[in-house]
Design a protein around this ligand. Structure first.
Ligand SMILES: Cc1cc2nc3c(=O)[nH]c(=O)nc-3n(C[C@H](O)[C@H](O)[C@H](O)COP(=O)(O)OP(=O)(O)OC[C@H]3O[C@@H](n4cnc5c(N)ncnc54)[C@H](O)[C@@H]3O)c2cc1C
Length: 545
C-alpha cells in the first residue's frame, strides 16, 4: 500500500511543495515518503536485517533549515529570464540521489549547491548559456532529473576553485513529444521529458518506448542518453543505446545533429560520442527515439531453487538459448528476503515473455524446461497475467528508492552497486565481491546484509546488482560509506567486472573507470573534449579531465 503523509510533517511538506513536490533531500515526492508508522515498521525490519542493531527514528529535516552558500556569480542581464538564484532552487539542484547525497541533504548541508540555475527554452538559449559559461569561466552542469547516483550533477568542492562559479543547466523546459513518425515507429522528443510524461504522450498514439529504469518516475530522456541508462527488461532492447535513432547536441563549438537512419556502416556512429557522454561533451537537447507498439501477449512464471549456483546455471542456459525473455530476473535468497518475495531461503527467478504479435506460452514452456533441467521448481505459471512473486517484486521495485531515503532517516545505511562480468568468471567474481562488501561493512559499521540479483543477462554474462543494508553511526555515515564503496569498487575491478553496467561513471566511479578505460581511448576522449569544449566548462570532473 502506498505510504500516507504523517500529519505531523505538514509544515515541512507544505514548504517543500513549493517546487514540483519533490523532496529537497529524499527520493521522489514528499507525499510518498513513508509516514511515522511506516518508518517504525522499517526500523523493526532493519533490526532483523542488520543482526539486531536498533534503529531510531530521527527528526526529519525542514526546508527552511537547509544551509546554502552565498552565490559567487550572477547570470548576465541577457540570461536573466532563464536564471534563478533562489536558495531553495539552488539547493534542489545541489546533488543527485546517491546515499551520500541523501545523507548530506538530511543534514541540511547544501554546500554543493550551484550558484545559479539556468532553464533554457530552446537550443539557441542553450547555446547562449554555454557562451556565457565559456566566457565567464563558469562550470556548466547539464541537469535532467537529478537522479544521478554517481555524483554526476555536482562539481566537487576541490574543483570549484578553478571556476568563477557553477551553473546548473536544467533541461526541464526542453520537454515534450515533438513529432511522431508512425510509419517508421520513431518519435522526436525533448531531452528534458520525464519518463511518465513521455509514456503518457506516447500512449495517446498507442506507442511506447519501453525504457523503464528504476528511476523512471523522475529521470529524463536526455539524462538516460547521457548516462547510457539501462531499462528494466533483462534481454533484448532495453538499454537507451538500443532506442536512439538520432540526436541533437549543443556544444560550445556549435550544434551537432545526426541523421535519422535505421542503421549505417558509415564509420564510427556519431551518436555514440554523446550516448554516455555525461554532460562533458555537449548538451543533448532532443532525440529521435525508436518506439514500439504495446505488447498484447504475455506469459510469466517464477521458479525457485534451494541453491543460488544452480539458479545461475539455469539463467545462463536461458540467456544462451536465444529465447530472449523480457524479464529474467534472478534474486538470491537475501534479495528475496529484502523485497519479501520469498522468505524460505530460496533463490527465485522471475521470467516473462512479451510480444505484440504472438502467443508467448511456447517460449515460456521451453525456458521452464531449461530451468527444470537445472533443478528449478516452478512456483507459479500464468499466461497473460503477473505471477504472484512478480507482482510483489514489481511493487518492491517501485517503492525501493523511497525506502532507501526512509532508511537514512532511521540511521541505516542502504545502498546498491552494479556491474557485469562474463559467465566464466562469475562464481569467483561473486564470491570475491560479496566477501569484500561484508568485510568492509564489518570493519566500518558492523554486520549487515548483502544481497544480489541479476538485472540483465546476456549470452556471455550477467549484470549482477548488489544491495547492502547495515547500521550507520550518526555523524560517521559518509566516511563509512566511502570505505565500503572503495572496497567493493576495488573488488569489482580486480575480479574482472566493470565499475558500472548502467549507473554511469560520474565522479564517484572515476578512479576505477580511469583504470578500466584503455589509455589511448582516454586520449581520444580528451581530444574530443578539447575540440567541443575548449574552455573546459562542461561538467568538469566526469569521464575525463
Ligand atoms: C532510485 C534510483 C534508481 C535508479 N535506477 C536506474 C536504473 O534502473 N537504470 C539506470 O540506468 N540508472 C538508474 N539510476 C541512475 C539514474 O537514474 C540514471 O543515470 C538516469 O539516466 C539519470 O537521468 P536524469 O535525467 O536524472 O539525469 P541527471 O541525474 O540529471 O544527470 C545525469 C548525468 O547526465 C548529464 N545530463 C543530464 N541531462 C543531460 C542532457 N540533456 N545533455 C547532456 N548531459 C545531460 C548530467 O550532467 C549528469 O552527468 C537510478 C537512480 C536512482 C536514484
Amino acid at each position: 500500500m502506498a505510504p500516507t503523509i504523517d500529519p505531523s510533517l505538514r509544515p515541512w511538506f507544505d514548504a517543500a511543495v513549493a517546487n514540483d513536490g519533490r523532496s529537497l533531500w529524499a527520493w521522489g515526492t514528499v507525499e510518498r515518503f513513508p509516514d511515522t508508522a511506516g518508518r517504525r515498521r522499517l526500523a523493526g525490519m532493519a533490526k532483523m536485517l542488520t543482526g539486531g542493531a536498533e534503529a531510531h527514528l530521527r527528526e526529519l529535516p525542514r526546508d527552511e533549515d537547509a544551509r546554502v552558500p552565498d552565490a559567487r556569480v550572477v547570470a548576465p542581464e541577457t540570461l536573466a529570464a532563464l536564471a534563478s538564484a533562489e536558495p531553495r532552487d539552488r539547493a534542489a539542484h545541489a546533488y543527485g540521489r546517491a546515499y551520500p547525497d541523501l545523507v548530506r541533504g538530511f543534514r541540511g548541508d547544501f554546500s554543493g549547491a550551484p550558484d545559479v540555475v539556468l532553464r533554457p527554452r530552446t537550443a539557441e538559449e542553450v547555446a547562449a548559456c554555454l557562451d556565457w559559461c565559456s566566457d565567464a569561466r563558469v562550470a556548466c552542469v547539464p541537469y535532467g532529473g537529478g537522479t544521478s547516483v554517481v555524483g554526476g550533477v555536482e562539481v566537487a568542492a576541490e574543483r570549484r576553485a578553478a571556476f568563477a562559479g557553477v551553473a546548473s543547466l536544467d533541461l526541464e523546459r526542453l520537454s515534450g513529444l515533438l513529432e511522431v513518425d508512425a510509419t517508421s515507429l520513431a518519435v522526436r522528443a525533448g531531452a528534458g521529458t520525464r519518463g511518465p510524461d513521455l509514456e503518457r504522450a506516447l500512449a495517446a498514439h498507442e506507442l511506447t518506448l519501453r525504457h523503464y529504469p528504476q528511476s523512471f518516475e523522475h529521470s529524463t530522456l536526455g539524462g538516460w542518453i547521457a548516462t547510457r541508462a539501462g531499462g528494466h527488461f533483462a534481454t533484448g532492447p532495453t538499454h537507451i543505446d538500443d532506442f536512439v535513432e538520432s540526436l541533437t547536441a549543443v556544444t560550445p563549438r556549435g550544434v551537432v545533429a545526426t541523421r535519422r537512419l535505421p542503421a549505417s556502416g558509415a564509420g564510427p556512429q556519431p551518436e555514440r560520442l554523446w550516448i554516455g557522454s555525461e554532460g562533458a561533451l555537449g548538451v543533448i537537447t532532443e532525440a529521435w527515439m525508436r518506439v514500439q507498439r504495446k505488447p498484447r501477449f504475455r506469459a510469466t512464471a517464477s521458479v525457485k531453487w534451494k541453491r543460488f549456483v544452480d539458479a545461475v546455471g539455469a539463467v545462463r542456459a536461458i540467456a544462451q538459448s536465444g529465447l530472449r525473455p523480457s524479464n529474467c530476473r534472478l534474486l538470491d535468497a537475501a534479495e528475496c528476503l529484502l523485497h519479501q518475495v520469498a522468505l524460505d531461503g530460496t533463490s527465485v527467478l522471475l521470467l516473462a515473455f512479451e510480444s505484440v504479435d504472438s502467443d508467448q506460452a511456447p517460449l515460456l514452456a521451453r525456458a521452464l524446461e531449461l530451468a527444470r533441467d537445472h533443478g528449478g521448481v516452478v512456483a507459479s505459471e500464468e499466461n497473460r497475467s503477473d505471477a504472484a512473486e512478480a507482482g510483489t517484486w514489481k511493487r518492491a521495485f517501485v517503492d525501493a528508492p523511497y525506502l532507501q531515503s526512509a532508511l537514512v532517516s532511521i540511521g541505516i545505511m542502504g545502498d546498491t552497486f552494479e556491474t557485469a562480468c562474463t559467465w566464466d568468471r562469475f562464481e569467483a567474481f561473486h564470491a570475491a565481491v560479496t566477501a569484500a562488501c561484508q568485510d568492509a561493512l564489518r570493519r566500518t559499521v558492523g554486520p549487515g546484509i548483502v544481497a544480489c540479483r541479476f538485472t540483465h543477462v546476456y549470452p556471455d554474462g550477467p549484470a549482477p546488482y548488489y544491495t547492502f543494508v547495515a547500521p550507520a553511526r550518526a555523524g560517521d555515515e559518509l566516511s563509512a560509506w566511502r570505505e565500503v564503496k572503495a572496497a567493493v569498487s576495488e573488488a569489482l575491478h580486480t575480479a574482472g567486472g566493470t565499475i558500472t553496467h548502467h549507473h554511469a561513471v560520474g565522479r564517484t566511479h572515476r578512479p576505477w573507470y580511469d583504470r578500466e578505460r584503455p589509455a589511448l581511448f582516454g586520449d581520444v576522449l580528451r581530444a574530443a573534449k578539447a575540440t567541443l569544449d575548449p574552455a573546459g566548462v562542461l561538467n568538469p570532473g566526469v569521464l575525463i579531465d
